[in-house]
Write a protein that binds this ligand. Structure first.
Ligand code: IMP
Length: 423
């Protein structure tokens, strides 16, 4: 019996959906433990492409139970739409469970997200996905949130909804925020909660039951370590714990239940939204990685900023996540490059360090120290074993694993399910 946690070790968009899909082949239950529909996990099976925002990637495998656990903030309308879209494509969503303890994203949370972003001065904008994630987690911490269990009590829910909408209009209306039409918004919400009612469960109980039955559990993280509210490039972060510790609080599983941690690492670095990015490439090469890697947000369509693999930052994130195995994705995007760089140090005010700074103003002054490696100039998209890879690609991977002190367990060389192999 294994309880595997899978997390992104960069700024999200590492290709977690695909790796989860591969690992799900032998999992009995896949669980999302934090975040919300700010995520966009892409899985390509044959000619079909699925982008999942809230629903665990395990939904695409027959006989895999799927759980949206207590650590998430869930937009009921977004979830209903996602479930209906999957049903329309022949996917069985009956095996999905929604935690009664998760927090619900309300329409005013989305309006507040937009309001906060619009009013923020230049340099202070986070570049959020505007899905209401931050305001919903803030309501949770303020103890004014509405939880999944209210779906089971429609009258109570309506009362809380109308109070929340009125409070928003009263507080933010005079400040110029977009007003909320509570009647219209409730009518839309009521449809979603009727639809979701059969799926609401005490998932702490069902998850522990699955452990007792000896099922293999896969805990699917969203976003990445540097977007973690505690460990990321604060304040340019999301509002949840995206690192492996969040998998325990976000599901109700104790730390000792976790048997392995997978870290998904893209062969180069990307970031969407604002915030520091020491190895960002502002030149043609950055644009090349963006085009070749298809680096456009799966949720918002925004172009992702691109740069060289930052081993200093990645080492920090492997440390706080306790990564046992790395899944290296998008290796093929580097296939045509003459030279590949790896950042192995940060020069800040003339001094070289391998520590990852806590202060974003220090990060802004980083000059990356690079190690250069020759490219392999050969296509890797057909590789299915380590031996199929060109020698320079193997050397690149060896250097990465050595620096990060983690084993490489999976390599991905293209978007399709079959373009992935275990090492
Ligand atoms: P929020 O999660 O919408 O509040 O956005 C906060 C920051 O996290 C912004 O920089 C977003 O672009 C980023 N972010 C949120 N979700 C994802 C994701 O799934 N992938 C990459 N970046 C994300």
């Amino acid at each position: 019996m294994a309880v595997s946690v899978l997390v992104g070790v960069q700024w999200g968009d590492e290709g977690k959906g695909k790796i989860i899909d591969v690992l799900t082949a032998d999992a009995g239950m896949v669980i999302r433990f934090q975040g919300g529909n700010n995520a966009g996990h892409t899985v390509e099976i044959g000619d079909e492409k699925f982008v999942l925002h809230l629903i665990p990637s395990g939904i695409l495998r027959k006989d895999t139970d799927c759980v949206i656990a207590n650590g998430l903030v869930v937009d009921p309308i977004g979830l209903m739409d996602e479930m209906k879209a999957l049903t329309g494509r022949g996917i069985d969503v009956s095996k999905l469970q929604l935690s009664c303890r998760c927090h619900l994203i309300m329409p005013w949370h989305k309006l507040l997200d937009a309001y906060n972003e619009n009013k923020a001065a230049a340099g202070k904008k986070i570049g959020t996905t505007k899905r209401g994630i931050g305001p919903a987690y803030a309501a949770k911490a303020n103890r004014t949130g509405i939880r999944g269990l209210e779906i089971l009590h429609k009258d109570r829910f309506e009362k809380l909804f109308r109070e929340g909408a009125e409070d928003y209009n009263r507080t933010y209306g005079p400040l110029g925020a977009e007003p909320l039409d509570a009647d219209k918004a409730w009518a839309e919400m009521a449809i979603a909660i009727d639809y979701l009612k059969p799926y609401v469960k005490d998932t702490v109980v069902t998850i522990h039951q699955a452990v007792k039955e000896g099922k293999h559990l896969l805990l699917e993280g969203a976003q990445g370590a540097f977007l973690d509210i505690d460990h990321g490039t604060y304040p340019f972060v999301t509002s949840s714990n995206t690192t492996s510790g969040g998998a325990c609080t976000g599901t109700g599983l104790p730390p000792k239940a976790v048997t392995e941690v997978w870290g998904v690492l893209k062969a180069y670095m990307t970031r969407v939204g604002e915030g520091p990015f020491p190895t960002e490439l502002h030149d043609d090469l950055g644009k090349y990685l963006q085009d070749k890697g298809g680096e456009f947000g799966a949720t918002t369509g925004r172009p992702r900023r691109c740069g060289w693999l930052d081993l200093v930052a990645s080492k920090y994130s492997c440390m706080i996540n306790g990564v046992d195995y790395l899944a290296v994705t998008k290796l093929d995007v580097l296939d045509d490059l003459d030279e590949i760089k790896l950042c192995t140090g940060y020069r800040i005010d003339g001094k070289v360090t391998t520590d990852f700074p806590a202060d974003v103003s220090d990060m802004a002054r980083i000059e990356p120290v690079y190690e250069s490696m020759p490219g392999w100039k050969t296509s890797t998209v057909e590789a299915r074993t380590m031996d199929d890879l060109p020698e320079n690609a193997r050397k690149y991977l060896k250097r990465v694993a050595e620096f990060l002190d983690a084993k490489i367990g999976i390599i991905s060389v293209g978007p399709r399910r079959d373009q992935t192999f275990r090492v």
